[in-house]
Design a protein. Structure first.
Length: 426
């Protein structure tokens, strides 16, 4: 274990926290192709806020942690961890280009006897059938003869300060029993709650993808219930609270399913299942239902405005929040954009305010200009307000103060506001 030298490829929400943690026990290099990202990290700041400035600076100053864009800086490493995104394309088909690129990178620096571990979420078989052949081709080395592999799926929850990387129980696996033991020991050495060693890489890959697929299906059920009970004039949250009094009821809430995990990962298993002649109807239906919730919310807001006699055309609407979850700067695949898109068919007077989101990134990714006013400056100006993200800063506000008329509409997507001040919620 004393000879382990680690390189983590990809310094995003997953890679950076893991690399920082590894650096407390091992010589660790973080590699990323984004020069601006690397420079910011070496200056001691993580824009994703997953690693505090204090922890990052301690890793750099006291543990020798280095972030780089140079391949040469990884060549003396022998344990490579790949933590790059696994997105889908415009047709929701798996896009393995980031993984292929990272595998090429590993192939350029890997040596005989080295181990490469993948953390990116994939369908079963990607590591051994798609990634490792790339390393073989680029390096000229033979898998399971000259180099070895493992898979340990990431379980990072962006913005979660309770389930941080060192507290997560990790699944591990290896391409041989001996390598599985090594991978397991390396991860165990930095984790407080240990590991679960899976019997194969494919089992480990499958375990990760069903974690998020299960949540997607469960949330879809709650969203379907919300649509039913809203149509009946029954408060969904009241129903959930009543049902939760039974000991084996699983308490979940309806909501928008965005981000880079739950709203993306199921497509990987859906696609692969069809290759084997299995049509995953439940997962596919859950994806369609959850993907349509932004449009549903927007139409609920329009319906409430019509009931109150508020002309929707050219109405002034305030969207509070655009990140995909509360108290987090992550805007990946946020479904607030779907609310915005539907409402913008009726009015261009939509103001989006989010103190957590990066203004330039939102503009680049979605073409939406965030309001630069203070919350105080936005008061008394709108016909409708949609609380889309439950940032703490919004919970302490008098939401109705943003309305210009008393009969304006307040819609609470997250179900966190006092019901006496709102007109509708999921």
């Amino acid at each position: 274990m004393d000879t382990i030298k680690i390189a983590v490829i990809g310094l995003g929400y997953v890679g950076l926290p893991l690399a920082r943690l590894f650096s407390t026990k091992y010589k660790t290099v973080g590699f990323d192709m984004n020069r601006m990202r690397v420079d910011a990290l070496m200056a001691g700041h993580d824009a994703t806020l997953e690693v505090s400035d204090e922890l990052l600076q301690d890793a750099i100053l006291n543990h020798g942690f280095v972030c780089t864009t140079e391949l040469e800086d990884m060549k003396d490493c022998n344990f490579y961890v790949v933590a790059v995104p696994t997105p889908v394309d415009a047709n929701n088909r798996p896009d393995l280009k980031p993984l292929s690129g990272a595998s090429e990178t590993v192939g350029k620096v890997i040596s005989k006897g080295d181990i490469v571990v993948y953390e990116s979420t994939v369908y079963p078989g990607v590591t051994e059938e798609e990634c490792l052949p790339v390393i073989e081709r680029v390096s000229g080395l033979k898998f399971n003869v000259d180099f070895f592999a493992g898979y340990s799926p990431e379980r990072i929850n962006p913005g979660d300060k309770e389930h941080t990387v060192e507290k997560i129980k990790k699944v591990t696996s290896g391409s041989t029993p001996e390598v599985a033991d090594i991978v397991d020991r390396v991860y165990n050495s930095v984790l407080l709650n240990g590991t679960h060693k899976a019997p194969s890489i494919k089992v480990a890959e499958a375990s990760k993808i069903i974690e998020n697929s299960q949540r997607d299906v469960n949330i879809a059920f709650m969203n379907e219930l919300a649509k039913i009970f809203n149509a009946m004039g029954i408060d969904t949250n009241d129903v959930i609270e009543a049902a939760s009094s039974k000991w084996n009821f699983i308490k979940l809430k309806p909501g928008l399913v965005g981000g880079h995990c739950i709203s993306v990962d199921p497509y990987y298993l859906i696609q692969k299942a069809q290759v084997y002649g299995v049509l995953p109807r439940m997962m596919s239906a859950a994806r369609r239902l959850n993907d349509g919730m932004g449009d549903y919310v927007a139409n609920q807001v329009i319906k409430l405005m019509n009931k109150k006699g508020i002309l929707v055309k050219d109405a002034k609407i305030l969207l509070l929040g655009i990140t995909f979850k509360e108290n987090c700067p992550d805007i990946r695949n946020t479904k607030i954009v779907d609310i915005y898109s539907t409402l913008s068919e009726y009015t261009r007077n939509i103001t989006v305010y989010d103190p957590w989101a990066n203004t330039a990134k939102v503009k680049h990714e979605y073409g939406i200009a965030l309001a630069e006013n203070s919350l105080r400056e936005l008061r008394g100006k709108f016909d409708a307000v949609v609380l889309g993200v439950a940032h703490d800063v919004f919970k302490n506000e008098d939401i109705r103060s943003f309305l210009k008329e008393k009969n304006g509409v307040i819609y609470d997507v997250k179900g966190v506001l006092d019901r006496t001040v709102i007109d509708g919620r999921l």
